[in-house]
Design a protein around this ligand. Structure first.
Ligand code: ADP
Ligand code: ADP
Length: 227
């Protein structure tokens, strides 16, 4: 479980990005943060893995205050997927995915085998595994990004607009893949998007953010649509 308790983030220039956020994200849920640009979705997500520190308030993961945990250990338990995949350009696809298992202490050989398994799972054609990221399409790169986040089998997956840079047809494909993975993996997924259709399609809980970084609604998708 991930719990925000009165969390506020104010940037040094005075911008209040997140205002008094109170939110409990159940283990195993697919929670979507949705809302217009600039309403604090990314800031909220990045506070979960401590890329950003709250100005005030507390974030608990499985009942533990994350400010007391080792940041590296915390992040090893959380896959993170961003818009343009963020792959290492000078490493092959398989080595990009093997990076985290190697950091976690697996041998290179074990890590590569695990990487191929997870690449297959996200639907990548394995003949692409020895290519470099620049030799893949945007959609293929995003699949690799998802595979890399899943490679260490973290209980939590953070996804920040992972599919917004790919064309609509590929996006539908990736969304369908996510639904399948969610059913199969039973992870806690937090997913950021500005697209309400995507939010409703993927999420089982929707957190609607609004101006000033305030949470406006937190509910099941059909109730959010009815509001
Ligand atoms: P969203 O993900 O909903 O687009 P963000 O969390 O990125 O929103 O940003 C929330 C607010 O904080 C916006 O007004 C944004 O301009 C501001 N902001 C984000 N990052 C910084 C920063 N590093 N310094 C100052 N303001 C920032
Ligand atoms: P180095 O560290 O020697 O510069 P790199 O890790 O950049 O090597 O790349 C390893 C090999 O893969 C090199 O032979 C390089 O030319 C080739 N390579 C890297 N990126 C690409 C790419 N986008 N397309 C084709 N070949 C690539």
């Amino acid at each position: 479980m991930i719990e925000f308790a009165h969390v506020t983030k104010q940037y040094p220039d005075g911008t209040t990005a997140v205002d008094d956020l109170d939110l409990r994200i159940d283990a195993g849920s697919f929670t979507v943060f949705v809302g217009p640009s600039g309403c604090g979705k990314t800031t909220s997500m990045r506070m979960i893995n401590r890329m950003i520190t709250p100005t005030s308030g507390t974030i608990l993961v499985d009942g533990r205050d994350i400010s007391t945990l080792d940041a590296v250990q915390l992040r090893l338990g959380m896959g993170y997927v961003i818009q343009n995949a963020g792959l290492l350009p000078h490493r092959t696809v398989v080595d990009n995915v093997a990076t985290v298992p190697v950091l976690r202490g697996d041998s290179r050989r074990e890590a590569r085998r695990a990487a191929l398994d997870v690449l297959e799972r996200v639907g990548l054609d394995l003949s692409l595994a020895t290519r470099y990221p620049a030799q893949l399409s945007g959609g293929q790169q995003q699949r690799v990004g998802v595979a890399r986040a899943l490679a260490a089998d973290p209980p939590i997956l953070l996804m920040d607009e992972p599919f917004s840079a790919v064309d609509p047809v590929v996006r539908e494909d990736l969304q369908a893949e996510m639904q399948r993975l969610q059913a199969e993996l039973n992870k806690t997924i937090v997913f950021v998007t500005h697209d309400i259709d995507e939010a409703v399609k993927l999420g089982d809980r929707i957190a609607v953010f609004g101006r000033g970084g305030r949470l406006q609604q937190y509910d099941a998708p059909q109730r959010v649509l009815a509001a």
